[in-house]
Design a protein. Structure first.
Length: 118
């Protein structure tokens, strides 16, 4: 991994998890080990190159483990490390927040909001 420029843990976390794919990859890996082709199937719009780069970035950060299994064809598995598994509740919480706040985000006020405004 590159040298740490900042001592801010949020900045370092965002450096690794920002972008379109890292959080989705963690979401798809939360249920267990997957092969590269499984992750491509889960994310059909990601290119082979970008998926490879994002998985490498997560591997270098110690969040994802890459295991090469001998044989023909060569089998490569990806799964979450212990620090990666600690991110799962945060990812689940983001998904719950999105669902729970849908009405508010869509401009539909709850009764409590209307009473407060009056």
């Amino acid at each position: 991994m590159k040298d740490v420029v900042s001592r801010c843990p949020i900045e370092e976390t965002m450096r690794v998890l920002s972008g379109r794919w890292p959080t989705l990859l963690l979401y798809y890996l939360k249920d267990g080990t997957k092969r590269f082709s499984d992750l491509r199937r889960d994310n059909p719009t990601v290119s082979h190159r970008i998926l490879t780069l994002e998985l490498r970035k997560l591997e270098e950060a110690g969040i994802v483990r890459r295991t090469v299994r001998p044989g023909y064809p060569l089998r490569v598995d990806y799964d979450l490390t212990a620090p990666g598994r600690k991110l799962v509740p945060l990812i689940d919480a983001l998904g719950s927040w999105w669902v729970d706040t849908e009405d508010d985000r869509m401009g539909i006020s709850s009764d409590a909001d209307l009473e407060t405004a009056a």
